[in-house]
Write a protein that binds this ligand. Structure first.
Ligand code: SF4
Ligand code: FE
Length: 489
């Protein structure tokens, strides 16, 4: 089982025949497109770390299916220790890219579909689990990149899938044939689709009677006939087309989301892992959501580390690093990032073994982790902007810096402390800008809010996972309303 190198991964993308659109135009050479390439580099980092002696143990493991060595992003979690390794790997990758490296969605989907299909088969005598194992072996053998596809476009949020005025608002089966099914619909906000070989479709919410066509899980190659990808815009994305490497900030890395259209895509039965079992859709949704909410306990503190480092550097460049209020604010940033990470580790250590044999992270703690992520990165950004100063949004451009006449003024007047050149100060500011306003900002602001589910989704899960009667019983006993516990008994 060969582990692809970063270079081999990037070359493998060239062989895909994607139907991909950006700014209203079809993109033929998307691998070298300057808007898209940083997002490819981020995924490529997941391949690179697997070959590093320092990170090999974090980034690879033995396949639960074959025993061969596989990239962790394609692996089933065999223990709580492996859940912990996942989170630590994600922190490392967040630190190295400063952006969303996209491959976690597939890893989390693989584990959720694996355990859910096992339990569906137990109840209905279906053969989804065996099919899934075969498909996963194919993915592991090719070290393919898989994108998990959950979020439907949803239409009227007050109506169930089958009650929508347009029946295509949730991905559905439109035809069942002897050799497979035909699938139609769209998935929104899809992370990393154009950088993946395969997408793993899952339902987006609990399905009820009448929604059978929507209780669907299957694997589709990203370049299958009928798949159309529309690349999502990011703030300041056109800075990447200006030719320089300063104004983009995080020039090398970025994230990626697409609107993925499935126009009557044929899927053979051996790639279908749920088809009509409404009562199991919520199990798949909750298990995937839990894994991905755990994931944020890795990537978000990792990206936070970069932002903290950039902010501390700016304090030095400005000559204020010893000021008590600056040190207090940077200390607060560290506290926020580590709190997120602590929750990611906690839900991993408190994981449990599923009937299928892989491990699931703790549902309550993973939801607490992600709920913190809907708040803390915003505070991290606020503190970074506070310390960086207003120049963050008023800097002249790289072209001004390089200008034969203007350049010397910028070098002179945009200097802070004497021994740091203005260009270094500007580069640090644009890095912070890219993480708080620019092209890598999605993974640190709105993506932190809505990725892996919006805040209310976690609140519902937190409430559902809490035994309130037990908590009330504790209080009633200590208050003397119920019988007090006798400590000597
Ligand atoms: Fe991975 Fe984080 Fe991106 Fe989700 S947001 S795919 S967990 S890097
Ligand atoms: Fe995400």
């Amino acid at each position: 089982m060969a582990l692809k190198t970063a270079k081999e991964y990037i070359e493998s993308l060239r062989k895909l025949n994607l139907d991909l659109y950006l700014f209203g135009e079809k993109v033929e050479n998307w691998v070298d497109n300057p808007v898209i390439r940083p997002s490819i580099n981020s995924v490529a980092m997941t391949y690179k770390v697997a070959h590093e002696s320092k990170n090999g143990a974090l980034a690879t493991t033995d396949s639960m299916l074959t025993g061969g060595k596989v990239n962790r992003f394609n692996a089933l979690f065999k223990s709580t220790d492996e859940l912990v390794s996942k989170v630590k790997l994600q922190r490392e990758l967040g630190q190295r890219t400063g952006a969303c490296f996209q491959r976690c969605v597939g890893m989390d989907a693989i584990n959720a579909v694996f355990s859910t299909t096992y339990e569906v088969d137990q109840k209905y005598g279906t053969e989804y689990h065996q099919r899934f194992r075969e498909w996963l072996k194919y993915v592991q053998e090719g070290d393919l990149c898989v994108q998990g596809a959950m979020t439907d476009v949803k239409g009227d949020r007050g109506l169930s899938p089958s009650k929508q005025s347009d029946p295509d608002m949730f991905v559905r089966v439109v035809e069942r044939r002897g050799d497979g099914i035909v699938v139609r619909g769209a998935k929104a906000n899809q992370t990393g689709t154009a950088n993946s070989h395969e997408m793993l479709i899952m339902p987006t919410l609990r399905m009820r009677e009448g929604d059978e066509d929507y209780a669907l899980s299957c694997a589709i190659p990203t370049d299958a006939k009928g798949v159309h990808l529309i690349y999502g815009r990011q703030s300041c994305d056109k800075r990447k087309l200006e030719g320089g490497d300063i104004d983009v900030g995080n020039y090398g890395f970025g994230g990626q989301e697409t609107l993925t259209i499935l126009e009557d895509v044929f899927v053979p039965w051996e790639r279908v892992f749920m088809c009509g079992e409404c009562d199991f859709s919520i199990m798949m949704v909750e298990r995937f959501a839990t894994y991905h909410r755990q994931s944020y306990g890795g990537c978000k503190p990792g990206i936070g580390d970069v932002l903290i480092g950039a902010t501390a550097s700016m304090a030095e460049y400005n000559g204020v690093s010893r000021a008590p209020h600056i040190r207090e604010k940077i200390g607060e940033m560290i506290h926020l990032a580590e709190t997120i990470h602590a929750c990611g580790l906690a839900c991993s250590y408190e994981g449990w073994k599923t009937m299928a044999g892989n491990y699931q992270s703790n549902i309550l703690l993973a939801n607490v982790c992600k709920h913190n992520v809907t708040r803390f990165p915003y505070e991290l950004c606020r503190l970074a902007e506070d310390i960086a100063g207003g120049l963050l949004v008023t800097l002249p451009s790289e072209k001004d810096l390089r200008h034969p006449v203007l350049g010397k003024y910028i070098e002179k007047y945009l200097k802070g402390v004497a021994d740091v050149p203005a260009e270094e100060r500007i580069r640090m500011l644009t890095l912070i800008h890219s993480m708080t306003f620019g092209t890598t900002a999605p993974s640190y602001r709105t993506e932190s809010m809505h990725g892996a589910g919006s805040p209310q989704a976690q609140k519902i899960m937190i409430e559902r996972q809490t035994d309130m009667d037990y908590k009330k019983k504790l209080a009633r006993s200590l208050a003397g309303i119920d019988e007090r516990e006798d400590v000597t008994a």
